[in-house]
Design a protein around this ligand. Structure first.
Ligand code: GDP
Ligand code: MN
Length: 402
């Protein structure tokens, strides 16, 4: 997926990317759903059927290609794309794929399609460039399974056109990059309209990525979307209610619970629980803990003005992850009151009686009151994020807290 390459420059951004874009704000569509949308916008896709069982499948367009429907990328290389020459083989292959997992994701549906006689594989896509803060149209004459390598090794072969949303993306803009990837003559009009349609889909679905890879030219000169990927910003879900079930499937139980309580939580794979107020502060906290050699177990944002009960909910959620060996609570008091946070922490500690180390850093509104409450209950309050991060890393590593 080119999307992550464009947006990944350093580790900090990578982490931010993981938090915001892999598990939190993005909803992924399956290939068959993406292709449905594409064909509704006039883009040609191979004839096909989607199934969750091998029994009833009858598909006459042989030879065929049988494709596992999973949300992870790189299915081809991971064995998720198979060829079948007749109905018997289709059945067997569907059955086989339904019994496997691709990169850890269980295959629940399979798409069976006419097999294309491919002459050439191109790449077409629209994504968001967060550095430029603009959508960008991308096209390459070298599509297919190695597009990530191409993006790294010969970035000049990927043609780009940044899109000012107020100006729009016009046919002459699209035509320019379609020409740049070597498409000419009668094909120019058709392929240009495909790229324009991708931008229309990008806008209307509030997408972060709409991608056709490969965009195929067949031996008999037709152009079709052989694969399709759409990622939707899930903050726009209220406009796309048809995807609600899909979203529920893509989140863990903890993530759903926190969504309901309106606490922003994302599970990570370390052992230090992180709670803060404000997404930027929480991300900075995660980065600082990382810097001192610790491994954050989660991202958890209380938001502004959190009440005592909200703090208790958040700690409860963080501890529902059994890997957590310590928790770092980082508060910048503004509309959030430090004393309210402190009351939540103490009430939690006193009722649950857990002996996992807490490190608190809090500054700002009612800092002195908050500090007093914590310290009179034996919990130290640190003034700087740096010191607090070092401390939690040391406590978790040495397990020296009593
Ligand atoms: P991905 O690996 O998840 O991106 O899956 P794709 O659907 O893009 O398929 C991977 C590769 O399989 C493509 O780049 C093609 O080379 C090949 N492939 C997919 N569909 C067909 C087809 O209909 N005919 C042929 N000949 N190859 C195909
Ligand atoms: Mn693909």
């Amino acid at each position: 997926m080119i999307y992550s390459l464009i947006n990944t420059k350093n580790k900090k951004l990578y982490l931010l990317d993981n938090i915001c874009h892999y598990s939190w704000q993005i909803m992924r569509l399956y290939e068959y759903q993406a292709k449905d949308i594409l064909s509704r916008y006039g883009i040609k896709t191979p004839k096909g059927v989607v199934t969750d069982t091998a029994e009833k499948i009858e598909f006459d367009e042989t030879p065929s290609v049988v494709k596992a429907q999973v949300l992870v990328g790189g299915r081809g290389k991971a064995g998720g794309i198979k060829f079948a020459d007749n109905n018997g083989e289709i059945k067997k292959t569907v059955q086989y794929l339904l019994s496997t997992s691709i990169k850890g994701e269980k295959v629940k549906k399979v798409l069976v399609e006419e097999r294309l006689d491919i002459d050439h594989e191109f790449y077409l896509g629209i994504t968001l460039d967060r550095d430029k803060k603009m959508p960008v149209a991308l096209a390459s004459a070298y599509g297919g399974m190695d597009i990530e390598d191409i993006a790294i090794n010969s970035p000049q072969s990927i043609k780009k056109k940044y899109i000012d949303p107020l100006f729009g993306f016009w046919d002459f803009n699209a035509r320019k990059i379609v020409k740049d990837i070597g498409i000419k003559g009668n094909d120019l009009i058709g392929v240009t309209s495909v790229l324009s349609a991708l931008y229309t889909i990008f806008k209307e679905y509030d997408a972060e990525l709409v991608e056709i890879n490969p965009f195929v030219r067949t031996v008999d000169g037709r152009f079709l979307a052989a694969d399709a990927k759409i990622l939707i910003d899930d903050n726009s879900l209220f406009r796309h209610r048809e995807f609600e079930e899909q979203v529920k499937m893509q989140y863990s139980d903890i993530e759903l619970m926190t969504k309901m309580k309106n606490i922003a939580y994302v599970g990570l794979d370390g052992d230090i629980g992180i709670i803060g107020n404000g997404a930027g502060l929480v991300m900075a906290t995660i980065d600082t803990v990382n810097l001192y050699g610790g491994n954050p177990a989660n991202f958890c944002d209380l938001g502004g003005g959190a009440s005592k009960d909200r703090v208790i909910d958040a700690i409860d959620i963080v501890f529902s992850n059994k890997n957590v060996k310590g928790v770092f609570i980082n508060i910048m008091g503004g509309i959030t009151r430090c004393d309210e946070i402190a009351k939540g922490i103490i009430e939690y500690k006193n009722t649950k009686r857990i002996d996992i180390p807490f490190v608190i850093r809090m500054v700002g509104t009612r800092e002195d009151e908050g500090r007093k409450i914590c310290e009179s209950n034996g919990i130290p309050v640190i003034s700087t994020m740096d010191e607090a991060a070092k401390m939690i890393v040391r406590l978790v590593r040495d397990n020296t807290y009593n």
